[in-house]
Design a protein around this ligand. Structure first.
Ligand SMILES: [Zn+2]
Length: 341
């Protein structure tokens, strides 16, 4: 069997992603499991994957299981975010099993201390549209009259109802959230929906978060090698911890720290904004890959060079932060030092 399962040399199609999830769960059955957290508009499974160490030993944690959540593919066209989640799962399981450090991170010890959850494809119907055209959607009759903002279907960001999921979360700002002219109706990107949290994909993520007490959440997007890490509605809640984490990320990685988002009419209703308000924990949006005007995506074949080389340990970085944060929240004095070199 190959050392690694996930192949990111070129476009990563949905069928292969679902197949690889099953293969990975089989190969790493002692630490990896999958669960279906909801169904998309077209009835596809929205899958969450959990990496959990110490399965057959008593957890060392004294409080609730520590958990951290990573989400990719909320925006249909952002292939790199999906590829990154899948490849991190593959690599982290490999290094856990081999008891080897990965780029300075003690993978085994980290995963024994925190459960890592991934939703690699939050918007599977959208990904299918980007790869195979709107004709490939079972909602084609509705989609064919919708405006595509961009040259063709590869610019699609929304789900199969033409709703931009990252403007559909009910963080209390839905009423005031503004739409760019032309995006007040279902279309390929930026329509916030006819009602807050109206979409099945939105609901699946909301329910999943409510069922789990994640210490923090990271959502991957694809534009500009920067991070959106705080908004004016919630920044005060975290006592500087969100900024501390971002400053550390900034030192170690290429992702530029942006200013606190100030206007809820503009930032409102994203998944990360909802998470901060409702779950009362920090949430970070990481924009992978260099900015391209007009939302055009880089070729999938450039993933390793543009994304993986820079982002491959970000999952472990945030897992360590989740451990630190949960210790801070719960006042746990357990030793977790020396997780990184
Ligand atoms: Zn995005």
């Amino acid at each position: 069997m190959n050392k690694f399962i996930v192949d990111t040399s070129d476009t990563y199609f949905l069928d292969d992603i679902y197949k690889d999830i099953d293969t990975l769960c089989e190969k790493y059955s002692s630490i990896l499991s999958k669960m279906v957290i909801g169904k998309s508009v077209e009835g596809r499974d929205i899958v969450a994957i959990k990496i959990s160490g110490k399965k057959d030993e008593i957890l060392r944690c004294t409080q609730d299981d520590r958990k951290v959540l990573f989400v990719g593919g909320i925006h249909a066209r952002e292939d790199f975010s999906v590829m990154l989640c899948m490849k991190m799962i593959d690599y982290y399981c490999h290094y856990y099993s081999d008891r080897k450090n990965f780029d300075g991170f003690d993978v085994r010890n980290i995963i024994d201390l925190v459960n890592m959850y991934f939703v690699p494809v939050a918007n599977p119907d959208g990904l299918n549209i980007v790869h195979n055209g709107i004709e490939a959607s079972s909602n084609y009759e509705a989609l064919k009259v919708m405006q595509i903002w961009g040259e063709d279907h590869t610019y699609w960001k929304a789900n199969a109802n033409g709703v931009d999921l990252n403007k559909n979360f009910n963080d209390g700002n839905w009423e005031i959230r503004t739409c760019v002219p032309g995006t007040e109706v279902p279309c390929s990107d930026r329509f916030k929906g006819f009602a807050p949290s109206s979409e099945p994909e939105t609901k699946a993520l909301i329910n999943f978060c409510k069922e789990n007490n994640f210490s923090l959440m990271v959502t991957y997007h694809c534009s500009g090698n920067c991070t959106f890490w705080a908004d004016s509605g919630t920044h005060h809640m975290f006592n500087g911890l969100d900024e501390k984490i971002m400053d550390e990320l900034n030192k170690k990685y290429i992702y530029r720290k942006t200013k606190v988002s100030m206007d809820p009419k503009v930032y409102g209703c994203g998944f990360e904004n909802w998470f901060r308000v409702k779950m009362k924990r920090p949430a970070f949006c990481i924009e992978l890959s260099p900015f391209v005007e007009g939302g055009k995506q880089h070729p999938d074949s450039m993933f390793d060079e543009l994304v993986w080389e820079h982002a491959k340990t970000t999952g472990l970085f945030f897992a360590v932060k989740a451990i630190e944060l949960s210790n801070e929240i719960y006042g746990d004095v357990e030793k977790y030092a020396a997780l990184t070199e």
